[in-house]
Design a protein around this ligand. Structure first.
Ligand SMILES: [Zn+2]
Length: 416
Protein backbone atom coordinates (compact mmCIF):
# COMPACT_ATOMS: atom_id res chain seq x y z
CA UNK A 1 0.00 0.00 0.00
CA UNK A 2 1.46 3.35 -1.06
CA UNK A 3 1.14 6.47 1.03
CA UNK A 4 -1.08 9.23 -0.42
CA UNK A 5 1.90 11.43 -1.24
CA UNK A 6 3.41 8.58 -3.22
CA UNK A 7 0.11 8.13 -5.01
CA UNK A 8 0.27 11.75 -6.12
CA UNK A 9 3.86 11.37 -7.27
CA UNK A 10 2.90 8.23 -9.18
CA UNK A 11 0.01 10.00 -10.90
CA UNK A 12 2.21 12.94 -11.89
CA UNK A 13 4.80 10.52 -13.27
CA UNK A 14 2.12 8.73 -15.26
CA UNK A 15 0.95 11.91 -16.98
CA UNK A 16 1.83 11.77 -20.67
CA UNK A 17 2.62 15.37 -21.61
CA UNK A 18 3.29 14.59 -25.27
CA UNK A 19 -0.04 12.84 -25.66
CA UNK A 20 -1.76 15.75 -23.94
CA UNK A 21 -0.23 18.23 -26.41
CA UNK A 22 -1.13 16.00 -29.34
CA UNK A 23 -4.74 15.58 -28.22
CA UNK A 24 -5.13 19.30 -27.46
CA UNK A 25 -3.84 20.23 -30.92
CA UNK A 26 -6.26 17.78 -32.53
CA UNK A 27 -9.19 19.26 -30.65
CA UNK A 28 -8.31 22.80 -31.76
CA UNK A 29 -8.47 21.66 -35.39
CA UNK A 30 -12.17 20.90 -35.05
CA UNK A 31 -14.17 24.18 -35.06
CA UNK A 32 -16.75 24.33 -32.29
CA UNK A 33 -18.32 27.77 -32.40
CA UNK A 34 -21.20 28.02 -29.94
CA UNK A 35 -24.24 26.26 -31.40
CA UNK A 36 -22.23 23.68 -33.38
CA UNK A 37 -20.24 21.60 -30.93
CA UNK A 38 -21.08 17.99 -31.71
CA UNK A 39 -18.02 17.14 -33.84
CA UNK A 40 -15.51 18.20 -31.21
CA UNK A 41 -17.40 16.31 -28.52
CA UNK A 42 -17.19 13.16 -30.65
CA UNK A 43 -13.43 13.61 -30.89
CA UNK A 44 -13.14 14.24 -27.15
CA UNK A 45 -15.22 11.13 -26.43
CA UNK A 46 -12.71 9.09 -28.44
CA UNK A 47 -9.80 10.65 -26.54
CA UNK A 48 -11.44 10.02 -23.17
CA UNK A 49 -12.17 6.39 -24.01
CA UNK A 50 -8.61 5.87 -25.24
CA UNK A 51 -7.40 7.25 -21.90
CA UNK A 52 -9.42 4.59 -20.10
CA UNK A 53 -12.18 6.86 -18.83
CA UNK A 54 -15.85 5.97 -19.06
CA UNK A 55 -16.93 8.30 -21.89
CA UNK A 56 -20.61 9.11 -22.30
CA UNK A 57 -21.59 11.32 -25.23
CA UNK A 58 -25.24 12.29 -25.01
CA UNK A 59 -27.85 14.54 -26.55
CA UNK A 60 -29.80 16.71 -24.14
CA UNK A 61 -33.51 17.46 -24.41
CA UNK A 62 -33.20 21.07 -25.54
CA UNK A 63 -36.94 21.73 -25.58
CA UNK A 64 -37.28 20.60 -21.96
CA UNK A 65 -34.28 22.70 -20.95
CA UNK A 66 -35.76 25.80 -22.57
CA UNK A 67 -38.84 25.36 -20.40
CA UNK A 68 -36.77 24.77 -17.26
CA UNK A 69 -36.70 27.56 -14.63
CA UNK A 70 -32.88 27.34 -14.48
CA UNK A 71 -32.54 27.92 -18.24
CA UNK A 72 -29.96 30.72 -18.48
CA UNK A 73 -30.87 32.12 -21.88
CA UNK A 74 -29.22 31.55 -25.27
CA UNK A 75 -27.79 33.96 -27.83
CA UNK A 76 -27.03 31.83 -30.87
CA UNK A 77 -29.13 29.67 -33.16
CA UNK A 78 -29.14 26.11 -31.90
CA UNK A 79 -31.02 23.02 -32.99
CA UNK A 80 -29.33 20.48 -30.70
CA UNK A 81 -27.32 20.37 -27.51
CA UNK A 82 -24.75 17.67 -26.83
CA UNK A 83 -22.67 16.93 -23.77
CA UNK A 84 -19.87 14.58 -22.80
CA UNK A 85 -18.97 13.13 -19.44
CA UNK A 86 -15.78 11.16 -18.83
CA UNK A 87 -15.81 9.35 -15.52
CA UNK A 88 -13.13 7.86 -13.34
CA UNK A 89 -14.77 5.43 -10.93
CA UNK A 90 -12.75 5.94 -7.81
CA UNK A 91 -12.52 3.57 -4.87
CA UNK A 92 -12.68 6.32 -2.26
CA UNK A 93 -15.87 8.03 -1.11
CA UNK A 94 -17.06 11.27 -2.63
CA UNK A 95 -17.76 12.63 -6.11
CA UNK A 96 -16.11 15.63 -7.65
CA UNK A 97 -16.70 17.36 -10.96
CA UNK A 98 -14.13 18.89 -13.29
CA UNK A 99 -15.93 21.09 -15.78
CA UNK A 100 -14.89 22.86 -18.96
CA UNK A 101 -16.65 24.23 -22.00
CA UNK A 102 -15.75 23.26 -25.54
CA UNK A 103 -17.70 25.92 -27.40
CA UNK A 104 -15.66 28.86 -28.64
CA UNK A 105 -16.31 32.29 -30.08
CA UNK A 106 -15.72 32.94 -33.79
CA UNK A 107 -12.31 33.76 -35.27
CA UNK A 108 -13.07 37.46 -35.80
CA UNK A 109 -12.34 39.34 -39.01
CA UNK A 110 -8.56 39.91 -38.70
CA UNK A 111 -6.14 37.35 -40.18
CA UNK A 112 -4.42 34.90 -37.83
CA UNK A 113 -0.71 34.04 -37.97
CA UNK A 114 -1.50 30.33 -38.16
CA UNK A 115 -5.23 30.34 -38.86
CA UNK A 116 -7.89 29.98 -36.17
CA UNK A 117 -8.23 26.20 -36.47
CA UNK A 118 -4.54 25.37 -37.04
CA UNK A 119 -3.71 23.52 -33.83
CA UNK A 120 -0.08 24.36 -34.62
CA UNK A 121 2.49 23.81 -31.88
CA UNK A 122 5.53 26.04 -32.31
CA UNK A 123 8.24 26.65 -29.71
CA UNK A 124 6.13 25.05 -27.01
CA UNK A 125 3.10 27.20 -27.78
CA UNK A 126 -0.22 25.78 -29.01
CA UNK A 127 -2.11 28.06 -31.40
CA UNK A 128 -5.79 28.23 -32.24
CA UNK A 129 -9.24 29.29 -31.09
CA UNK A 130 -9.94 27.46 -27.83
CA UNK A 131 -6.26 27.20 -26.82
CA UNK A 132 -6.96 29.40 -23.79
CA UNK A 133 -10.76 29.51 -23.62
CA UNK A 134 -10.79 26.56 -23.25
CA UNK A 135 -10.90 23.38 -25.26
CA UNK A 136 -7.23 22.65 -24.60
CA UNK A 137 -7.80 22.81 -20.85
CA UNK A 138 -10.61 20.25 -21.14
CA UNK A 139 -8.09 17.91 -22.76
CA UNK A 140 -5.67 18.68 -19.91
CA UNK A 141 -8.37 17.78 -17.38
CA UNK A 142 -8.99 14.45 -19.12
CA UNK A 143 -5.28 13.66 -19.05
CA UNK A 144 -4.95 14.71 -15.41
CA UNK A 145 -7.76 12.40 -14.33
CA UNK A 146 -6.52 9.61 -16.58
CA UNK A 147 -3.04 9.86 -15.03
CA UNK A 148 -4.52 8.84 -11.67
CA UNK A 149 -5.93 5.74 -13.33
CA UNK A 150 -2.78 5.02 -15.33
CA UNK A 151 -0.75 5.11 -12.13
CA UNK A 152 -3.01 2.46 -10.63
CA UNK A 153 -4.25 4.89 -7.99
CA UNK A 154 -7.97 4.98 -8.86
CA UNK A 155 -8.76 3.16 -5.61
CA UNK A 156 -7.41 6.17 -3.73
CA UNK A 157 -9.48 8.68 -5.69
CA UNK A 158 -13.09 9.73 -5.31
CA UNK A 159 -15.27 9.31 -8.36
CA UNK A 160 -14.44 12.11 -10.78
CA UNK A 161 -16.68 13.26 -13.60
CA UNK A 162 -15.14 15.46 -16.28
CA UNK A 163 -17.93 17.44 -17.93
CA UNK A 164 -17.20 18.76 -21.42
CA UNK A 165 -20.04 21.18 -22.02
CA UNK A 166 -21.38 23.30 -24.86
CA UNK A 167 -22.93 26.77 -24.81
CA UNK A 168 -20.91 28.41 -22.04
CA UNK A 169 -20.26 31.45 -24.21
CA UNK A 170 -23.95 32.26 -24.57
CA UNK A 171 -25.21 31.53 -21.08
CA UNK A 172 -24.32 28.04 -19.95
CA UNK A 173 -27.25 25.82 -20.86
CA UNK A 174 -24.70 23.02 -21.41
CA UNK A 175 -23.65 22.99 -17.77
CA UNK A 176 -27.26 23.41 -16.61
CA UNK A 177 -28.15 20.36 -18.70
CA UNK A 178 -25.27 18.32 -17.30
CA UNK A 179 -26.18 19.17 -13.71
CA UNK A 180 -29.83 18.33 -14.34
CA UNK A 181 -28.63 14.93 -15.52
CA UNK A 182 -26.19 14.42 -12.65
CA UNK A 183 -25.74 17.08 -9.99
CA UNK A 184 -24.56 14.87 -7.11
CA UNK A 185 -21.17 16.44 -6.52
CA UNK A 186 -19.34 17.32 -3.33
CA UNK A 187 -17.25 19.95 -5.12
CA UNK A 188 -16.37 21.26 -8.55
CA UNK A 189 -13.36 22.67 -10.36
CA UNK A 190 -13.68 24.60 -13.64
CA UNK A 191 -10.50 24.88 -15.66
CA UNK A 192 -11.17 28.34 -17.13
CA UNK A 193 -8.09 30.54 -17.73
CA UNK A 194 -7.37 32.32 -14.46
CA UNK A 195 -3.60 32.74 -14.62
CA UNK A 196 -3.42 30.04 -11.93
CA UNK A 197 -5.29 32.21 -9.46
CA UNK A 198 -7.92 30.31 -7.49
CA UNK A 199 -11.11 32.13 -8.46
CA UNK A 200 -13.83 31.88 -5.85
CA UNK A 201 -15.88 35.01 -6.57
CA UNK A 202 -17.26 35.92 -9.94
CA UNK A 203 -19.29 38.90 -11.05
CA UNK A 204 -22.50 38.33 -12.94
CA UNK A 205 -23.30 39.82 -16.33
CA UNK A 206 -26.54 40.80 -18.03
CA UNK A 207 -26.98 42.00 -21.60
CA UNK A 208 -29.57 44.59 -22.54
CA UNK A 209 -30.93 46.44 -25.51
CA UNK A 210 -32.40 49.91 -25.28
CA UNK A 211 -34.62 51.80 -27.69
CA UNK A 212 -34.91 55.58 -27.67
CA UNK A 213 -37.66 57.32 -29.64
CA UNK A 214 -37.53 60.80 -31.10
CA UNK A 215 -39.57 62.78 -33.62
CA UNK A 216 -38.27 63.32 -37.12
CA UNK A 217 -38.14 66.67 -38.88
CA UNK A 218 -36.03 68.23 -41.60
CA UNK A 219 -32.61 69.26 -40.36
CA UNK A 220 -33.31 72.85 -41.41
CA UNK A 221 -36.17 73.03 -38.92
CA UNK A 222 -34.76 70.65 -36.37
CA UNK A 223 -36.46 72.45 -33.47
CA UNK A 224 -39.73 71.00 -34.81
CA UNK A 225 -38.43 67.50 -34.07
CA UNK A 226 -36.77 65.72 -31.19
CA UNK A 227 -33.44 63.96 -31.70
CA UNK A 228 -33.18 60.40 -30.39
CA UNK A 229 -29.40 60.84 -30.47
CA UNK A 230 -29.53 63.87 -28.20
CA UNK A 231 -31.81 62.00 -25.84
CA UNK A 232 -29.43 59.04 -25.80
CA UNK A 233 -26.51 61.25 -24.73
CA UNK A 234 -28.27 61.85 -21.43
CA UNK A 235 -28.71 58.10 -21.01
CA UNK A 236 -25.06 57.46 -21.80
CA UNK A 237 -23.93 59.91 -19.16
CA UNK A 238 -26.35 58.44 -16.62
CA UNK A 239 -25.06 54.93 -17.30
CA UNK A 240 -21.47 56.08 -16.76
CA UNK A 241 -22.51 57.61 -13.46
CA UNK A 242 -24.31 54.39 -12.51
CA UNK A 243 -21.14 52.39 -13.18
CA UNK A 244 -19.15 54.79 -11.03
CA UNK A 245 -21.66 54.50 -8.18
CA UNK A 246 -21.85 50.70 -8.28
CA UNK A 247 -18.07 50.41 -8.21
CA UNK A 248 -17.63 52.96 -5.44
CA UNK A 249 -19.55 50.80 -2.98
CA UNK A 250 -17.91 47.39 -3.44
CA UNK A 251 -17.68 45.54 -0.15
CA UNK A 252 -16.56 42.10 -1.29
CA UNK A 253 -12.83 41.93 -0.44
CA UNK A 254 -11.82 39.92 -3.50
CA UNK A 255 -13.87 42.06 -5.86
CA UNK A 256 -12.87 45.43 -4.47
CA UNK A 257 -9.25 44.47 -5.20
CA UNK A 258 -10.05 44.74 -8.93
CA UNK A 259 -9.59 47.99 -10.81
CA UNK A 260 -13.15 47.88 -12.14
CA UNK A 261 -15.12 45.01 -10.60
CA UNK A 262 -18.45 45.66 -12.29
CA UNK A 263 -18.10 47.29 -15.72
CA UNK A 264 -21.13 48.73 -17.48
CA UNK A 265 -20.48 48.99 -21.20
CA UNK A 266 -22.57 50.13 -24.14
CA UNK A 267 -21.02 48.17 -26.98
CA UNK A 268 -23.27 49.05 -29.91
CA UNK A 269 -25.27 52.08 -30.97
CA UNK A 270 -27.35 52.55 -34.11
CA UNK A 271 -29.44 55.63 -34.71
CA UNK A 272 -30.81 57.90 -37.36
CA UNK A 273 -31.32 57.40 -41.08
CA UNK A 274 -29.54 60.20 -42.89
CA UNK A 275 -27.71 63.42 -42.35
CA UNK A 276 -30.53 65.86 -42.96
CA UNK A 277 -33.25 64.31 -40.84
CA UNK A 278 -33.73 64.63 -37.10
CA UNK A 279 -33.27 61.02 -35.92
CA UNK A 280 -36.46 59.51 -34.50
CA UNK A 281 -34.96 56.20 -33.41
CA UNK A 282 -31.82 54.93 -31.69
CA UNK A 283 -30.89 51.50 -30.39
CA UNK A 284 -28.14 50.75 -27.93
CA UNK A 285 -26.87 47.44 -26.59
CA UNK A 286 -24.73 46.83 -23.59
CA UNK A 287 -23.55 44.61 -20.79
CA UNK A 288 -24.09 45.23 -17.12
CA UNK A 289 -21.82 43.70 -14.48
CA UNK A 290 -23.71 42.27 -11.50
CA UNK A 291 -22.11 42.53 -8.04
CA UNK A 292 -21.28 39.30 -6.24
CA UNK A 293 -24.29 38.30 -4.16
CA UNK A 294 -26.72 40.71 -5.82
CA UNK A 295 -29.96 39.41 -7.27
CA UNK A 296 -29.88 40.00 -11.05
CA UNK A 297 -33.48 41.24 -10.82
CA UNK A 298 -32.31 44.03 -8.54
CA UNK A 299 -29.47 44.95 -10.91
CA UNK A 300 -31.93 45.06 -13.82
CA UNK A 301 -34.34 47.26 -11.90
CA UNK A 302 -31.58 49.66 -10.89
CA UNK A 303 -30.43 50.13 -14.48
CA UNK A 304 -33.99 50.62 -15.71
CA UNK A 305 -34.52 53.30 -13.05
CA UNK A 306 -31.33 55.09 -14.09
CA UNK A 307 -32.40 55.14 -17.74
CA UNK A 308 -35.90 56.32 -16.84
CA UNK A 309 -34.56 59.13 -14.65
CA UNK A 310 -32.16 60.27 -17.36
CA UNK A 311 -35.01 61.24 -19.68
CA UNK A 312 -37.04 63.91 -17.93
CA UNK A 313 -37.89 65.81 -21.10
CA UNK A 314 -41.56 64.87 -21.34
CA UNK A 315 -40.93 62.66 -24.38
CA UNK A 316 -41.69 58.91 -24.30
CA UNK A 317 -39.44 56.85 -21.99
CA UNK A 318 -36.71 54.62 -23.39
CA UNK A 319 -37.49 50.91 -23.52
CA UNK A 320 -35.03 48.42 -22.01
CA UNK A 321 -35.10 44.75 -22.95
CA UNK A 322 -32.94 42.10 -21.29
CA UNK A 323 -31.59 39.97 -24.09
CA UNK A 324 -29.23 37.04 -24.47
CA UNK A 325 -27.23 35.43 -21.71
CA UNK A 326 -28.02 36.03 -18.08
CA UNK A 327 -25.05 35.39 -15.82
CA UNK A 328 -25.73 35.61 -12.11
CA UNK A 329 -22.74 36.11 -9.85
CA UNK A 330 -21.14 33.20 -7.99
CA UNK A 331 -19.13 32.76 -4.85
CA UNK A 332 -17.54 30.11 -2.66
CA UNK A 333 -16.00 31.31 0.59
CA UNK A 334 -12.18 31.55 0.36
CA UNK A 335 -11.88 29.62 3.65
CA UNK A 336 -14.07 26.75 2.43
CA UNK A 337 -12.10 23.46 2.73
CA UNK A 338 -12.46 22.85 -1.02
CA UNK A 339 -10.92 26.24 -1.84
CA UNK A 340 -8.12 25.62 0.64
CA UNK A 341 -7.45 22.19 -0.87
CA UNK A 342 -7.30 23.56 -4.41
CA UNK A 343 -5.21 26.56 -3.34
CA UNK A 344 -2.69 24.25 -1.69
CA UNK A 345 -2.54 21.99 -4.76
CA UNK A 346 -2.00 24.96 -7.07
CA UNK A 347 0.69 26.36 -4.77
CA UNK A 348 2.50 23.02 -4.71
CA UNK A 349 2.37 22.82 -8.50
CA UNK A 350 3.65 26.37 -8.99
CA UNK A 351 6.19 26.23 -6.19
CA UNK A 352 4.83 29.46 -4.74
CA UNK A 353 1.72 30.35 -2.79
CA UNK A 354 -1.47 30.59 -4.82
CA UNK A 355 -4.10 33.17 -3.95
CA UNK A 356 -7.87 33.35 -4.10
CA UNK A 357 -9.19 36.00 -6.47
CA UNK A 358 -12.38 37.52 -7.77
CA UNK A 359 -12.97 38.09 -11.48
CA UNK A 360 -15.23 40.54 -13.34
CA UNK A 361 -16.33 38.06 -16.01
CA UNK A 362 -19.18 35.57 -15.96
CA UNK A 363 -18.84 31.82 -16.51
CA UNK A 364 -20.45 28.56 -15.48
CA UNK A 365 -19.39 28.66 -11.82
CA UNK A 366 -22.80 30.01 -10.83
CA UNK A 367 -24.60 26.88 -12.00
CA UNK A 368 -22.71 24.89 -9.38
CA UNK A 369 -22.93 27.37 -6.51
CA UNK A 370 -26.66 27.82 -7.18
CA UNK A 371 -27.00 24.13 -6.31
CA UNK A 372 -24.89 24.46 -3.20
CA UNK A 373 -21.85 22.79 -4.78
CA UNK A 374 -18.63 24.55 -3.76
CA UNK A 375 -16.86 25.56 -6.95
CA UNK A 376 -13.65 27.24 -7.96
CA UNK A 377 -11.91 28.01 -11.23
CA UNK A 378 -8.21 27.49 -11.99
CA UNK A 379 -6.49 27.45 -15.33
CA UNK A 380 -3.79 28.84 -17.57
CA UNK A 381 -2.74 32.39 -18.21
CA UNK A 382 -3.82 34.22 -21.34
CA UNK A 383 -7.40 35.27 -20.64
CA UNK A 384 -6.61 38.50 -22.53
CA UNK A 385 -6.21 36.31 -25.65
CA UNK A 386 -9.40 34.41 -25.00
CA UNK A 387 -11.58 36.01 -27.66
CA UNK A 388 -8.73 37.60 -29.62
CA UNK A 389 -6.82 36.90 -32.83
CA UNK A 390 -3.83 34.55 -32.39
CA UNK A 391 -5.23 32.90 -29.26
CA UNK A 392 -2.47 30.63 -27.94
CA UNK A 393 -1.25 28.91 -24.81
CA UNK A 394 1.98 27.49 -23.46
CA UNK A 395 1.84 23.71 -23.61
CA UNK A 396 3.69 23.63 -20.29
CA UNK A 397 0.77 25.47 -18.69
CA UNK A 398 -1.68 22.89 -20.01
CA UNK A 399 0.53 20.24 -18.40
CA UNK A 400 0.38 22.21 -15.15
CA UNK A 401 -3.42 22.24 -15.34
CA UNK A 402 -3.41 18.46 -15.80
CA UNK A 403 -1.05 18.05 -12.83
CA UNK A 404 -3.20 20.32 -10.67
CA UNK A 405 -6.26 18.23 -11.56
CA UNK A 406 -4.43 15.02 -10.62
CA UNK A 407 -3.25 16.50 -7.31
CA UNK A 408 -6.72 17.81 -6.47
CA UNK A 409 -8.35 14.48 -7.27
CA UNK A 410 -6.08 12.49 -4.98
CA UNK A 411 -6.20 15.06 -2.17
CA UNK A 412 -9.98 15.24 -2.34
CA UNK A 413 -10.08 11.59 -1.30
CA UNK A 414 -7.49 12.05 1.41
CA UNK A 415 -9.43 14.89 2.96
CA UNK A 416 -12.59 12.79 2.78
ZN1 LIG B 1 -14.41 30.25 -21.04
Amino acid sequence: VTAPVDAEAAALAALDADALAHDAAAVLRVPSITGDERAVLELLAESAARLGLDADLHRHDLDALRRHPAHPGEEVERTELWGLTATLRGGAPGRICVNGHIDVVGPGSEPWTHGPWSGVIEDGVLHGRGAVDMKAAVVAALHGVAAVQAAGEADRAPTVVVQAVASEEDGGVGTVAELERDGAFDAALIVEPTGFAVVCAQAGALTFKGTVRGRSAHAAIRLEGCSAIDRYLAIHAALAEHERRVNAEVEHPLMRALELPYPLLVGRIAGGTWSSQVPDHLEFEGRLGVPVGEDPARARAALEAVVAAALDDGEPPAQIQWTGGSFASAETAPDHPWIELVTQAVGDELGRPAAPRGVPWGADMRHFTARGIPCTMVGTRGVELAHAVDERVQVSELVSVARIVARVVLRAAREG
